[in-house]
Design a binder for this molecule. Structure first.
Ligand SMILES: C[S@@+](CC[C@H](N)C(=O)[O-])C[C@H]1O[C@@H](n2cnc3c(N)ncnc32)[C@H](O)[C@@H]1O
Length: 307
């Protein structure tokens, strides 16, 4: 005869069975944990970037970074494919590369299985450049280079390919995005993909001329308070960047980098060089740029946003 305790244990077992307990549940596969993973994607790379732990598990902190980069990659891959189809080769310069998440993932997904194409990461911090070089060597990513240089220095750097098709700058600090634009214009790049970081230069000039601006126009109320000076300055900076690109013959799309909710800086600027300008769009953009600089007492920045 079974005791009360035995009965209770048997009942508990039955309940567990009904709930599916007691059967070892298969651990979720990597693909289940990260549906964005593509077939053939290098697990070694994801481990090296600390997106996967040594045991092959997802690191929740870096998972978010990977998702963000994937999101950006969706915009960049078609541009690379387009250039590759047109000329059988494609070069990409990634400015303010940091740990080069973007460059490595692009290489893995787009360049690795092709025989042409090159990615160059430009980064001032020499220790990050050293690490990225080591990683590229370990992974056999032969057509990946890294320059320990500023964006400006990279313009004339002998190690950089003469022709650059695609310029990327992801949260490149302060005016590094402007330097990346100047770089793209000098190289006549086909595409620029920019996610600007905060830029203090424009807000600084607005602050300097605030009293004069307030006397001149009621619109200076838009940047009277210091917080507004910073925010409006940041917005105007991107407006001026877009006009500068348009004045140089680029068609510009501004959108939001969805999935970057944690970051205030989620504006994505996509610029595509247009073959011709039948409607006078360049000249209109040039005039608008000058007018905005004048209206906001920013004429001293006309070199920064030079046309
Ligand atoms: C916020 S991090 C972004 C890194 C990377 N693009 C990412 O999104 O993970 C900005 C990087 O730009 C680099 N940087 C800042 N100014 C630069 C310049 N003028 N030229 C090249 N790199 C620069 C910094 O050292 C830093 O690694």
């Amino acid at each position: 005869m079974s005791t009360h305790q035995d009965k209770a244990r048997d009942e508990a077992k039955d309940k567990d069975k009904a709930r599916g307990k007691g059967h070892a549940r298969a651990a979720p596969t990597l693909q289940e944990q990260l549906p964005e993973l593509r077939p053939g994607q290098s697990v070694a790379l994801l481990q090296e970037l600390h997106i996967l732990t040594r045991e092959g598990k997802l690191n929740q902190d870096t998972r978010r970074k990977l998702k963000q980069v994937y999101h950006l990659v969706q915009f960049i891959e078609p541009l690379l494919a387009e250039v590759m189809a047109a000329r059988g080769d494609v070069t990409l310069a990634d400015h303010g590369a940091g740990k080069s998440y973007l460059g490595f993932i692009l290489y893995d997904l787009f360049f690795k299985d092709r025989t042409t194409g090159r990615v160059t990461g430009v980064e001032t911090r020499a220790e990050l450049v050293e690490k990225s070089r080591g990683l590229a060597t370990r992974l056999g990513f032969e057509r990946m280079d890294f320059l320990a240089a500023t964006v400006q220095q990279s313009l004339t750097h002998p190690a950089l390919p003469e022709r650059i098709d695609v310029v990327t700058a992801l949260h490149a600090c302060d005016t590094a995005t402007d330097d990346a634009i100047a770089f793209g214009l000098a190289k006549d790049a086909t595409h620029l993909v920019l996610v600007p970081c905060c830029q203090a230069e424009v807000a600084g000039v607005m602050k300097k001329h605030k009293a004069l601006s307030l006397a001149r126009t009621p619109l200076a109320e838009l940047w009277r308070h210091p917080l507004h000076t910073r925010e409006f300055g940041s917005q105007i900076t991107n407006v001026l960047r877009c006009l500068q690109l348009e004045a140089h013959g680029y068609s510009v799309t501004v959108t939001e980098l969805v999935g970057w909710e944690h970051s205030l800086k989620n504006e994505l600027i996509l610029a595509r060089r247009m073959p011709q300008d039948r409607t006078g769009a360049r000249e209109r953009a040039r005039q608008r740029l000058q007018q905005v600089l004048e209206e906001l007492s920013l004429q001293e920045l006309s070199q920064r946003f030079a046309v």
